[in-house]
Design a protein around this ligand. Structure first.
Ligand SMILES: O=P(O)(O)O[C@H]1O[C@H](CO)[C@@H](O)[C@H]1O
Length: 295
C-alpha cells in the first residue's frame, strides 16, 4: 500500500506572531521566564501567584498533550517577583509531532519577551554514581535526533529568530548553573544534586541494555526523550537556558538485572522529589536577575 509521508509543520514567522498576539490578548502578563515542566513535574505551575491558566486547546497553532503526567495548559503568573509562564505539559516527537511542533512554544515565548528558559524533565540515570531521586543540573546535551538530521532548525533559516549556524557549546548558561548549584547547597540538598550531560533519544521505547551501555560510553549521564530540541530553538533565538533532570529510574545496563523501566515508576519518583525541585526553582528565581546582562 502506498503511504505518503506527513508534511512537516514548519511554521512561518507570522504563525508564531499570531499565537503570541493571541496570548497577549488573553492576559496582561508579560513573562520574562518560561518554565517547561517535565513528566510529573507540572506541580511547579502551582507555585505561581496571580495565575492565568490557558488550555492548549484554546491556543491558535498549539499542539495538544497526549502523555500521562502532562496536563496541557499554559500557566502565567509570578514567582519570587519574576513574571513567568509555565508549560504544564510538553510535546514529544514520539507522540507523532515533528520537531517544529515540539518546539513551537519556545519561539512564541521569545516573541512574548521571555529571556530565560527553564527546562525540566524526568530522565533515566546512566552515571553509576547517581541514584533514583537525584537532581541533575544539565551542563550539556547530546541531541541524538539533531545529530542525525532531525533538528528543528533544519529548513530555511529565519534571521529574525537567529543565525543559520548557532553555537551549542554554551547552550546551558554557566552563571545560572553556578547559581543553581549554590542554591542547592544553601538549601542543604547539595548531596543529591549533580551536574551532568543529558542525552535526548526519540523514544517511546526505554533503552535496551546495549543502548544504555552505548549512551554511557558516549558520555551521557542521563537519558530522556525531550528537552534538547527545545533548548536548540531557545538558544537560536537568544534565550539563556537552565535545565534540570530528575533521575526517576536507573537505566538497566546489566544483563543480570531484572529491573524494567516503566512510566509509572517515572511518575512515582517525581512525586517523591517534587518539593525539593520546587524549592530549588523558587530559590534560583529569587536570586536570578531579570535581565541576563545583570548576571
Ligand atoms: O522528558 P519528559 O517530558 O520529562 O518525560 C520523560 O518521561 C517519559 C518516559 O517516562 C518520556 O516522555 C521522557 O522524556
Amino acid at each position: 500500500m502506498a503511504t505518503t509521508a506527513p508534511a512537516a509543520h514548519r511554521c512561518s514567522y507570522e504563525d508564531y506572531e499570531a499565537t503570541a498576539d493571541w496570548l497577549r490578548s488573553q492576559t496582561e502578563q508579560r513573562p520574562k521566564v518560561a518554565i517547561i515542566c517535565g513528566s510529573g513535574l507540572g506541580g511547579l505551575a502551582a507555585l505561581l501567584d496571580n495565575r492565568v491558566v490557558i488550555p492548549y486547546k484554546d491556543i491558535p497553532n498549539f499542539p495538544q498533550t497526549t502523555v500521562e503526567g502532562h496536563q496541557g495548559q499554559l500557566v502565567f503568573g509570578t514567582l519570587e517577583g519574576q513574571q513567568c509562564v509555565c508549560m504544564q505539559g510538553r510535546f514529544h516527537t514520539y507522540e507523532g509531532y515533528d520537531v517544529y511542533q515540539v518546539t513551537y512554544p519556545v519561539r512564541v515565548f521569545s516573541l512574548l519577551g521571555v529571556r530565560t528558559l527553564v527546562v525540566t524533565n524526568a530522565a533515566g540515570g546512566l552515571n553509576s554514581s547517581f541514584s533514583v531521586g537525584d537532581i541533575m543540573l544539565i551542563k550539556d546535551h547530546i541531541n541524538m535526533p539533531g545529530l542525525v538530521g532531525n533538528n528543528p532548525l533544519c529548513g530555511p533559516n529565519d534571521d529574525r529568530f537567529g543565525v543559520r549556524f548557532p553555537c551549542m557549546s554554551d547552550a546551558y548558561d554557566r552563571d545560572l548553573l553556578a547559581l543553581a548549584q549554590q542554591t542547592a547547597e544553601g538549601q542543604g540538598i547539595g548531596a543529591f544534586v549533580h551536574q551532568g550531560v543529558y542525552c535526548m533519544v526519540g523514544g517511546p521505547t526505554f533503552e535496551s541494555i546495549a543502548e544504555g551501555r552505548a549512551l554511557r560510553t558516549m558520555g551521557a549521564d542521563a537519558v530522556g526523550m525531550s528537552t534538547a530540541l527545545e533548548v536548540v530553538v531557545a538558544r537560536h533565538c537568544g534565550l539563556r537556558v537552565l535545565g534540570f533532570s530528575l533521575i526517576t529510574n536507573m537505566v538497566v545496563t546489566d544483563y543480570d538485572s531484572t529491573l524494567k523501566a516503566n512510566h509509572a515508576e517515572v511518575l512515582d519518583t517525581t512525586l517523591m522529589r517534587t518539593q525539593d525541585l520546587q524549592g530549588l526553582v523558587r530559590g534560583i528565581l529569587a536570586q536570578m536577575p531579570v535581565d541576563p546582562e545583570d548576571l
